[in-house]
Design a binder for this molecule. Structure first.
Ligand code: UD1
Ligand code: MG
Length: 485
């Protein structure tokens, strides 16, 4: 699908006043990506001569978003309307290019197939301009397509300029066009700011083309959702919902079970293997990769996580930039982050946080624990409430725990420290020195049992309590007799 005679122009200079935002409109996100990135990705497979983004408002940030995708930019400063934006783009379009596909950067649902069909229709009819239009239920806010009896387009009328009759038109301008550039350039030069915003409207170029006797066509998008623009926060939410629905449908087609799918958020780059089950309220974000036969239970949030096969993530767990090997089980309420790696069949339970640590095969850490900068050998058991004290206020220090070690509950391992293979650490220890292999490390106060102490204490308390009690009873009696009177 190569189109070396076409340049693609994406209009991305506008502020997006109606969003009431400090962020440029095209950088707002829907479906897990900035709006403009969706548009660029839809254009890329057309293999056009160039993709040019017209930038203006927050030009640097918008450029930073599109440049890595191979998009060139043309600076529109100040922004004097969509017609002016196309004049600016002209400087970046190589002279011998015959056609331009123009798209707004704020309509991210457009699909490659639709753009290819638009270009094909344009080539076939030989029109000066072909507009992608759509019939939508609520056309308020959009420019409307006014057709002649022969079906060709006579004008695009902006919402604010509609006559009473024209208001009934449901066919709208998507702001996606294919132009024959030799016909467009003279019309752009003659545009005048004939509107309250004092802007040059590209839509007025259509009427100019008609006045010159040129042919203008409109082709209807098969799916009206594809042309939805994001001018308001409500528009953003509606568009996001469409993206999310598309992605969920795709993963279900791949053999994934989604329970109450409408509650599940899956970013575009996430992959999921067959027979994996995702429960309600789960978010799968970034570049998360999930294998086959996994279960991600309710309310869990996975970002840039890798799950091999048959992994179980129990409810309300957070997994960020971590690797869970085959058969691993974590949660409920587990927090794995920043390069945690759990080898096969390792288990992490509730209120356990793991950071930059490797847990070997079959390691268990089931309750109330912090493991940071630690390496833990196969088959080791970490007792409830264990803490690796990895930070001394200046540096992060490592904890190395060998294979088949038993760390008793409520132990503090003050790093840097090593616990040898097969060693034990007694519960409640504060371990500051290395424990050799197969040794017992014990570092806690000696227990003293004072026999009969409790019985003595109770007797003392009874003696002290008696006079006080009788005093308060007399007081209470006096009070109630007064009340009766
Ligand atoms: C535009 C169309 C309208 C169409 C609608 C579809 C015009 C005058 N109107 O209206 O017919 O139904 O899109 O969504 O074209 N931009 C620039 N530079 C500027 C102004 C805008 O780059 O000086 C960019 C914006 O960033 C945006 C796009 O052009 O990505 C469209 O501008 P916007 O203000 O959203 O136009 P609409 O009012 O939506
Ligand atoms: Mg718009």
């Amino acid at each position: 699908m190569a189109n070396p005679d076409i340049a693609i122009v994406i209009l991305a200079a506008g502020k997006g006043t109606r969003l009431k935002s400090a962020l440029a409109k095209v950088l707002h996100r829907a479906g897990g990506r900035p709006l403009v990135e969706h548009v660029v990705r839809a254009c890329q497979p057309l293999k056009s001569r160039e993709i040019i983004a017209v930038v203006g408002h927050q030009a640097e940030d918008v450029t930073a978003a599109v440049a890595p995708l191979g998009v060139k930019t043309a600076l529109q400063q100040p922004q004097r309307g969509t017609g002016h934006a196309m004049q600016v783009a002209r400087r970046a379009i190589p002279a011998r290019v015959k056609f331009a596909i123009l798209l707004p950067g704020d309509a991210p649902l457009i699909r490659t197939e639709t753009l290819a069909a638009l270009a094909a229709a344009h080539r076939e009819s030989g029109a000066a301009a072909t507009i992608l239009s759509a019939e939508i239920e609520n056309p308020a806010g959009y420019g409307r397509i006014v057709r002649r009896d022969d079906g060709s387009v006579s004008a695009i009328v902006e919402d604010s300029a509609l006559s009473a009759d024209q208001r009934a038109i449901r066919e709208i301008n998507s702001s996606i066009y294919c132009f024959s550039l030799d016909k467009l350039w003279p019309c752009l030069a003659s545009l005048k700011p004939q509107n309250v915003h004092k802007e040059l409207y590209l839509t007025d170029a259509i009427a100019v083309l008609r006045q010159k006797g040129e042919n203008v066509q409109a082709v209807l998008a098969a799916d009206p959702d594809e042309v939805l623009g994001c001018n308001t926060r409500s528009d953003l939410a509606a568009v996001d919902a469409v993206f999310r629905r598309r992605k969920r449908a795709a993963v279900m087609d791949d053999g994934v079970t989604l329970e109450l799918p409408d509650t599940i958020v899956i970013d575009p780059n996430v992959t999921i293997g067959a027979d994996t089950r995702i429960e309600p309220g789960v978010q799968l974000l970034g570049h998360t990769r999930i294998g086959a036969g996994c279960t991600v239970r309710a309310g869990s949030i996975l970002s840039d996580a890798v799950l091999e096969d048959n992994v179980l993530v129990k409810p309300y767990s957070i997994v960020t930039a971590s690797h869970l090997s085959t058969g691993v089980q974590v949660g409920p309420f587990a927090h794995l982050r920043d390069g945690a790696r759990l080898e096969e069949n390792a288990r992490v339970g509730n209120f356990v946080e793991v950071k930059k640590s490797v847990l070997g095969e079959g390691v268990k850490s089931m309750h109330l624990t912090y493991l940071g900068d630690a390496r833990i050998g196969n088959g080791t058991n970490i007792g409830a409430g264990t803490i690796t004290c990895n930070y001394d206020g200046v540096n992060k220090n490592p904890t190395t725990i060998g294979k088949r070690v038993f760390i008793g509950s409520d132990s503090a391992l003050v790093a840097p420290v090593r616990i040898g293979d097969g060693a034990y650490v007694g519960a409640g220890s504060v371990i500051t020195k290395n424990v050799p292999p197969d040794a017992l490390g014990l570092a806690r106060g000696q227990q003293v049992n004072k026999l009969g102490w409790a019985e003595m204490r109770r007797r003392e308390m009874a003696v002290i309590a008696k006079p006080a009690k009788s005093r308060s009873r007399k007081k209470a009696k006096r009070k109630t007799s007064r009340m009766k009177k």
